[in-house]
Every structure is written in structure tokens, then in C-alpha cells.
Design a binder for this molecule. Sequence first.
Ligand SMILES: *Cc1c(COP(=O)(O)O)cnc(C)c1O
Length: 488
Amino acid sequence: MIQDKLRELEQSSSKLDPNPEKRSYLQQAAIDYANRFYESQPDQKAYQEFDESVKYLLNEPIDEKAGVEEEILQEIENVVVRPGLNTVSGRHFGYIPGGGLASSAVGDFLAAVTNRYAGVYASSPGAVVIETRLINWLCELMGYGKGSGGYLSSGGSHANLTALVTARDSAELKAVDYPKAVVYLTQQTHHCVDRALNIAGMSECHRRYIPMDEKFRMIPSELKQNIEQDYKNGLIPWVVVASAGSTDTGAIDPLDEIGDIAKESSLWYHVDAAYGGFFILTDDGKEKLKGIEKSDSVVMDPHKGLFLPYGTGALIVKDVKKLVEAHRFKANYMKDADIQSGVYSPAEISPELSKHFRGLRMWLPLKLHGVKRFRDALDEKQLLAQYLWQKMNSMDEIEVGPEPQLSIFMFRWNPGNGDSNVLNRELHKLILKEGRFFLSTTEVEGNFFFRVAILSVRTHQKEVDELLDTIQDKMSELGERFGHSNPS
Ligand SMILES: *Cc1c(COP(=O)(O)O)cnc(C)c1O
């Protein structure tokens, strides 16, 4: 009886593990699609406006029926992937670009195929050692010495959360202390830091938004004053969060001076370098990030500065033991995993247990291309931003924000008459409607500004020149339509 049933079940379930022929058929179809995808990029939009039609997928049955390879891949290609932002486009200048390295996609494919258990050394020493090597490399880049460590996270938000939890435990703050604890940051600090405090159960703590200079950088003397005042008032100055490349304006806080103040005042010094961190590979970036080595923890996003696919962030901590303490646990089923070799299992120092073999998508491109290619790409992006800023700065009707510190700057159309906010909103709409380029926007003191963020591996001079042409074309189009007056 049982054996009959087993035979029957096996016949069905073994279809989950297809024979070589069937398997390579699917793989080949996927590779064909990937090649079409890469090769069509020069003609693809950077942004595809969309209606709600994709939501028909919500009603697509997930049912007993087995599907057909071509049909399903076609749905992915034509329906799922199309609407919205094309993040691998070289004409994506919005938010923080990144991603799209073909070598990284291959690494990810192999990570999924082999499915090594990357959380625990005893299960996959190879996967854990690769992650450790990558983390040690990041520590070296940031000037951290022996005893430092960290882990590859899903992204900057997750890494910032872990950093703050580690800082909290290091300061031995208990729930009763939270209403007295003070975090120092600026209005430019990424919102995920605020959110991390809430997730960590610390929504009651004080956020001191330190004033910034005209380039949106924290003013160290103001930080110092605030800390002194808070100590006087019986509060608990706890952590200062500096940005090494803020998302909105690309501003780098004075990392060196802040480091000194944090040390004098016994604060945990955290640097959010999710966007700007990898610029330390370049000579110019190294100069600009000076002082980052004074920090206690740094967040970096390889899915930005190393052009890896989303889902790749990193946290490094100067004293890795702090990370271990913040993630201590007791579990009998984990005994065998306890390894002492200077190699920490990610499961011992981060929230995840079972873990994507994330390291491979970072390790393969670095080994395959060598670091020089990445350095040159980052130098190129920085220079492109400089080049475009200078061009825009010399245009009559364009008002630019501060010179880019790395590869982000702001600009707006300001013809001198009409409501500039309305005009720029129209300009933005027009650019997105065409979709060849994608730009995101921000607001400074009630004024609408475009942001230019250059960090796509496929952005070169041609794309930047074309962007400028497009902006000028659209400006004249609107200028004609509205005669340079308020288009409302
Ligand atoms: C992108 C970014 C984050 C958030 O990181 P995710 O990887 O999107 O979660 C945090 N801080 C800064 C400065 C960023 O640029």
C-alpha cells in the first residue's frame, strides 16, 4: 500500500527536479531572455510610465496547473519587468543608481544553484570564508584594523538597523534609558535611521538635528554644543550618525572632526556610507572620506557603489565583539556551528540564520574584473557629475546646487519669471513621459529641485550629453508652450 502510494507521489514530485534536457531548455530560454535584455538596453527606456494594468496579476491563479516555459518567461519579460524604473539603464539618473553587472548575475545564479548554507561555517566554510574575506576587505578600505568585522546584509536599511542595535547594546542602554538617550544627526540623514530607531523600540529617544552649512554638512561646533547641553540636562548622549554621501544632496559630513567630538564625548560614532562608501577606492574619494576610520561602525551598499543587484548591503564594526554581543543567543541545535577560527559565522553576528549565499555575487565580479575597473568606474562617475555640473552652471536659465562632492547634485530651471516650482514640475513630467531618462526630485526650502545622481555602470559621457540635450529640448518645448510664464 505505502509503496504504491510512494511510487505515485514520486512520479509527480520528481518533476520538480527535471531531467538534463528539460532543465537546460529552461536555462537556455532564460539566457536568451537575459541576452535580449542586455542587448536591447540602448533602445530601452529608463522609465516606463504605467497604469494599473499590471495588477491583473493579482488575480492570476496560483493553481494546480503546470505552466509552459515560454509563456511564463514572456509574461516576466513583457509584463512584470516593463513598467516603472529601469534601474540597469545608463540613462537612470534618479535616486541612487547602481546594479546591473552581468558577472554579478552569474554569481547569483550559481549561488542559487549550489544553495550553500551561508549562515554557518560548519555548514559551508567556503561561503562563510568568502563573506568574511569581503568584509575584511571593506574593513581594510575603511582603515579598520584587527578585531573588526561585519556581515553582508540585504541593504543599507537593514545594516543601519543592526548598527544602531549594536550601538545600543554597547552603551548598555535599557528600555528605561531610552527617553533620555540622544541621537545626533542632520535633516539630510537617510530616513531609514529614524525608522531603525523605531523598529529597535527606541522611538522615545531624542533626535537632535544638528544645523548644516550651505553644502548640507553637519556643523561640528553645533554638534559639540548640543552634546554638552544634553549632558548638562542629565540626558544620555549616545550615538552620532554622520553621512558619507547623503542620499539627497551627496553631502559628506566632516567625518574627521565629528570623529574627534564623538570620542571626547564617549559617543558611538556611526557613519552611513551606503551611497558614498565605495568612493574610498578612488584617490579623490579617499581624501574626502578622511576620518571615517575613527568611526565605530560603517554601512556600505555594494548594490550602489559596486553596481551589484539589489539585496547587497554591508555593515562593518570596528570591534566585532560588539556585534557578537548584540546577537548572542542560546540554541541547542546550533552547538556544532560554534567555530573558533577568527571566522565568525554570519548567524553569530547578524539577525539572519539561513542566509542567501550573498557573497558570491560580490566576490565573482571583484575576482573577475579586478578592483581597478571599479575604481575607474567610480572616478568616471565622479568626473561625469563634475562635467555636467559645470555645463549646467554656465547655462543662463539653470540654477545649480552646490558642486558635487561625489556624484550627486541638484539643479532647477529658473528663467526668472513664472512660478519656478510649477515650471519644473511640468519639466519633470515631460521627461518621465518620454521616459528615455529618469531623474528624481527633491525639495529645498519649499523649492522644487531635480537631483542628478550618477552611479550606473552604463552611464558614460554620451548619456550625460544626451541628458543635457533632452533637458534643453524639453525646456524650449515648455518655454514655447507657456511663453516662460506660469504654466498653471
Ligand atoms: C540607499 C541609502 C540607504 C538605504 O539603503 P537601502 O540599501 O536602500 O536599504 C541608507 N542610507 C543612505 C545614505 C543611502 O544612500
